[in-house]
Design a protein around this ligand. Structure first.
Ligand SMILES: Cc1cc2nc3c(=O)[nH]c(=O)nc-3n(C[C@H](O)[C@H](O)[C@H](O)COP(=O)(O)OP(=O)(O)OC[C@H]3O[C@@H](n4cnc5c(N)ncnc54)[C@H](O)[C@@H]3O)c2cc1C
Length: 459
């Protein structure tokens, strides 16, 4: 290992969807990039996941969409069911027609494209241990290499893309980088990929991902039923992190038994994972340091989708890193540009969806059945909320909803109050301060909006 390069412009920690994207675009901008991952190179991409990703991100980044071995199937949209499954809301967003990917093959392609783009050094089986600081700036990393040797690597900027359990976020010196993510802000998941012999069972709705809301069967989360193709599927559930029991048992009782109707099947993959479901951390940057993807809570709080946002964040972080290095300004004041891009984009959307998630998690099955059966939110409105985080209603549609919701006026009023707060927080995030000096005032107002929603009581 003596001839390893030890100094770089940028070190990216984690070769997941976020890290490979950051490394690729940083290298494309001409930076000297090192990418490290604790996994073996052949396992990059392998992750317990629902495997669904919308099409939009590939256009935005101008990279090839999943194809060939990476692609399981195309998806037209989503179907959303209330607990009693008496109603189904079909959500079709032409911009977000999507894919179910084979995670390993997809990840391998993103890695090889990053390497082709000019990443100087890729260290697999290498664990990031500690952030190195010099004069209050992150100056590199202590890592443990494949051969167990410990080594210091230097960088002008470190990008942390090491996922939800990142060891680096906990070492950041700036208090704006929240070290701990509370249990209420994450969900615990279990899922299996199941294949049927052709004659035994077919996958329902093989062109749609299906989501079932049920507070008893999947408390705090939902059950998902995603096709891989006509005869195999990715099926699982997410629940509150502090669920007192084994998630796998809950899955077997409430999901597997309900949806797998044949005794003739093969389980191709199984396992659990954790996803953050809240607004991004207060700051995704410090001096010489940026965080992207799950490490920074860049995940849609309603459905837990984080592939697209991690890739967006990787792209923005690479652009900001290139500018900062060119201007020889690695301070948080310069890297704040990255925060600004995140907060006024996915941050605004995710903060609004975070408010919605907090309310949804407190609704009973009766309220969910009532709300979805009577379409207190229609398919189009849910799509508008889930793709923009906001919902604008005309007076007429408010009046129509009031009539539909007459049997449960409290729920109706709660939903309208929530809608107003969601729109408020979006506007507030769109006004995220360009300058760090104004951040504290902005933060106080954010907390006030959250508190208003926390104070809501539910009928
Ligand atoms: C059960 C489940 C289902 C999901 N379903 C979907 C879905 O259908 N669609 C969707 O869009 N999103 C889904 N998500 C979320 C999605 O998987 C993540 O948001 C996305 O993978 C985030 O990518 P990332 O690059 O931030 O982190 P990760 O993909 O977690 O990558 C982190 C990388 O860092 C490496 N690493 C970790 N620690 C270290 C260290 N100390 N040193 C070196 N390397 C390290 C890891 O090996 C890994 O390769 C799901 C998540 C879960 C848990």
């Amino acid at each position: 290992m003596e001839n390893l390069q030890k100094s770089f412009d940028v070190i990216v920690v984690g070769a997941g969807t976020g890290g490979t994207t950051a490394a690729r675009f940083a290298a494309q901008k001409g930076l000297d990039v090192c990418l490290i991952d604790r996994k073996d190179g052949n396992q990059i991409g392998d992750k317990i996941c629902g495997d669904a990703v919308g099409s939009e991100i590939f256009g935005i980044l101008n990279i090839n969409p999943p194809q060939g071995d990476e692609l399981s199937c195309y998806i037209k949209g989503a179907k959303l069911y209330p607990p009693n499954m008496k109603k189904c809301l079909t959500l079709i967003d032409p911009k977000q027609v999507g894919y179910i990917v084979n995670r390993l093959e997809f990840g391998q392609r993103l890695l090889s494209e990053a390497l082709d783009a000019g990443v100087k050094q890729f260290l697999d089986n290498t664990m990031a241990l500690d952030l190195l600081y010099k004069d209050n700036f992150v100056s590199g990393l202590k890592v443990r290499l494949k051969n167990s040797e410990k080594l210091d690597l230097n960088a002008k900027i470190v990008i942390d893309a090491s996922g939800f359990n990142t060891p680096l976020r906990k070492q950041a010196k700036n208090p704006l980088i929240e070290r701990e993510i509370s249990k209420e802000d994450a969900i615990l998941c279990y899922r299996e990929i199941i294949k049927f012999p052709k004659e035994d069972q077919e996958v329902m709705d093989p062109e749609f991902i299906s989501i079932i809301l049920d507070q008893e069967k999947a408390p705090g989360g939902y059950i998902w039923y995603f096709p891989k193709n006509k005869f195999s599927l990715n099926i699982g559930l997410g629940v509150f992190m502090d669920y007192r029991g084994k998630v796998k048992e809950l899955y077997q009782k409430n999901v597997f038994k309900n949806f797998i109707k044949t005794s003739n099947y093969e389980i191709l993959s199984s396992g659990g994972g954790v996803a953050p479901i809240r607004r991004p951390i207060w700051s995704c940057a410090d001096n010489g340091f940026m965080l992207i993807g799950d490490a920074a809570c860049h995940v849609n709080p309603i459905h837990g989708g984080g592939i697209d946002p991690s890739m967006r964040a990787g792209f923005y972080a690479a652009n900001t890193a290139a500018e900062a290095i060119e201007q020889e300004n690695l301070s948080i004041q310069k890297l704040w540009d990255f925060n600004y891009e995140i907060m006024t984009g996915i941050g605004a959307e995710f903060a609004a969806l975070d408010l919605l998630r907090r309310v949804l998690q407190k609704l009973s099955n009766n309220s969910l059945n009532f709300g979805l059966e009577r379409e207190l939110l229609s398919g189009e409105e849910i799509l508008q909320i889930s793709s923009t985080g906001s919902l604008d209603l005309s007076l007429l549609s408010i009046a129509t909803k009031a009539i539909k919701g007459i049997a449960n006026p409290k729920l109706m009023l709660d939903l309208n109050y929530l809608r107003i707060r969601m729109n408020e927080i979006i506007k507030h995030y769109k006004n995220f301060p360009k300058n760090i000096e104004q951040f504290e005032v902005w933060k106080i107002k954010t907390i006030e909006i959250y508190e208003k929603v926390e104070k809501m009581t539910y009928g």
